[in-house]
Design a protein around this ligand. Structure first.
Ligand code: CA
Length: 503
């Protein structure tokens, strides 16, 4: 709490919110619209993030993303975690997943979806997710999170859509306990029962139970409205009220789309009916276009309300596209996997009057950076964290660093994909596979598709990368599964590398 108080003091000392400050666009902190899409792959858009247009860029329709990219800055090496909950906790806390330890997806209290099999005992991960600071829920991370700091700094904090912070039955399940003033349709679940209002946004109609029921949208039940549209309408209402009240807003527009269940948005499905694609791709394309329509509606709203010039818009996805969807070529892998298809995501930032229009930036950035970036944009104090603010990049005066930054991923769980840790440093990427303690080394500039493991030909580079990965993991006290036969955890990378060389 002391951090929040310090921020509040800083806010007042800076004169923001003092008499004469309110209502003055130059002195007021900017509004922040964080538009977060769920499970949207790097190529699931008509905006090009690769060096050339891909098949999916040509197939999908996202005109509002194109407009945003033409106004703002497009990041071509942006990353999240490879799965929902870790990404969401990282953006809320600024901590890397190896540190906050919410490394897999959360749902039921005290329950892990991971099945480590007979050979391993599971890593001690925080399966109850994110909780408010001071909370005592076991196996959770309890922190002052981003909206709490923004609220203390004078922001109206609006949560719209998917929460997925704390497990069912914990305080963190409710966004109102994590610093949000307003909660539209958010709860513990990582996916909606249904996208269709005529199914009451529930999976009950197909025998899927009620645990995925989307809360708070009863007024739309029974209507042929899409969930993405319903949440957008409510979010627009909250923004209108915030602007009318002259409160700077932080809109966390966190869509359930384009996560499973794969149900079409009936408004857009006809656009794809003449194609020769399979039904799944047609449905998925309609969900992408639906999400993009929401972006367009929100951009139109800030324009109509006269606040577009004082609103910073950040567009991002929380992980790669799942295996059901068309492959995100040229990337290898998909959601949860250790390859680029798992964690490389679209990212666009428009800071009116500051970001260069329609430019690209290749600096590798990662989701925990959101925390310091948004706090700096809001002109608030930034507590210690694992991220780096993008403000120097956005302002266009960020020289290339002499020593490239290290980006870390850690997935010690046995759910859907084998456990791994990985590191990007400059052009290079190392993946450490926990089960057989093997390494893959790739040069992402010459081999973005991770087709050729060059570890054997580059022993010095391999050792250097393994050393960096080892240090990063130890710095964050990363947890590993335990090998039952030996009673010991899976070794850290350097120990594994040494034993391979000795053998
Ligand atoms: Ca996700």
């Amino acid at each position: 709490m002391h951090v929040a108080i310090r921020c509040l003091i800083a806010f007042v000392v800076l004169g923001v919110g003092s008499v004469g400050g309110v209502g003055n666009a130059m002195e007021r902190p900017p509004n922040i619209l964080f538009f977060f899409v769920d499970d949207m792959g790097w190529q699931d858009t008509s905006v090009e993030f690769h060096s050339k247009a891909t098949l999916l860029n040509r197939d999908y329709r996202t005109p509002n993303m194109e407009k945003l990219a033409s106004q703002g800055l497009r990041f071509t090496n942006a990353y999240a975690c490879s799965i929902c909950s870790p990404s969401r906790v990282s953006l809320m806390t600024g901590q890397n997943a190896a540190r906050h330890k919410v490394t897999c997806w959360t749902l039921r209290k005290d329950t892990s979806p991971a099945r480590p099999g007979k050979q391993y005992s599971p890593a001690n991960w925080n399966l109850n997710g994110l909780q408010p600071a001071g909370d005592k829920t076991q196996r959770s991370v309890a922190e002052v999170s981003l909206p709490e700091l923004l609220r203390a700094g004078g922001y109206r904090t609006i949560h719209a859509g998917k929460g997925h912070f704390g497990a069912q039955g914990t305080p963190g399940a409710n966004p109102l306990n994590l610093g949000f003033d307003v909660n539209i349709a958010g709860s513990y679940m990582g996916g909606p029962g249904s996208y269709h209002g005529d199914h009451n946004f529930s999976a009950a109609w197909r025998g899927g139970g009620t645990i995925w029921d989307v809360p708070g949208l009863d007024k739309y039940h029974g209507q042929t409205i899409n969930l993405t549209e319903a949440i957008t309408r409510e979010a627009i209402r909250a923004v209108e009220k915030s602007v009318a009240d002259k409160a700077p807003f932080y809109l966390y527009m966190s869509h359930y789309a384009v996560h499973a269940p794969f149900e079409p948005d009936r408004r857009f499905l006809p656009n794809y009916e003449d194609s020769n694609w399979n039904q799944h791709k047609k449905k998925y394309a309609s969900m992408i276009e639906s999400m993009d329509k929401s972006l367009g509606d929100l951009l139109e709203t800030i324009d109509r309300l006269g606040v577009a010039k004082e609103t910073i818009v950040i567009f991002m996805s929380d992980n790669g596209s799942p295996r059901n969807n068309p492959r995100n070529l040229p990337l290898r892998g998909h959601k949860i996997s250790g390859y680029e298809g798992g964690n490389r995501v679209p990212l666009i930032v428009n800071w009116p009057g500051v970001t260069a229009e329609g430019k690209r930036n290749a600096t590798p950035v990662i989701i925990e950076d959101i925390f310091p970036t948004i706090l700096e944009l809001a002109r608030l104090d930034v507590p210690d964290n694992d991220g780096q603010s993008w403000v120097p990049i956005l302002e266009g005066n960020s020289p290339p660093p002499e020593i490239p930054r290290e980006l870390l991923w850690h997935y010690p769980n046995f759910y859907d994909q084998p456990p791994y840790s990985s590191l990007r440093h400059g052009d290079w990427k190392l993946i450490y596979w926990h089960q057989n303690q093997s390494f893959e080394l790739f040069n992402l500039v010459t081999d973005i598709g991770e087709t050729t493991n060059v570890a054997q030909e580059n022993p010095d580079r391999l050792r250097d990368m393994a050393t960096r990965l080892d240090q990063q993991l130890k710095d964050k006290n990363a947890q590993f599964a335990t090998i039952k036969a030996t009673g010991k955890p899976i070794p850290y990378p350097l120990e594994a590398l040494s034993s391979r060389i000795e053998n």
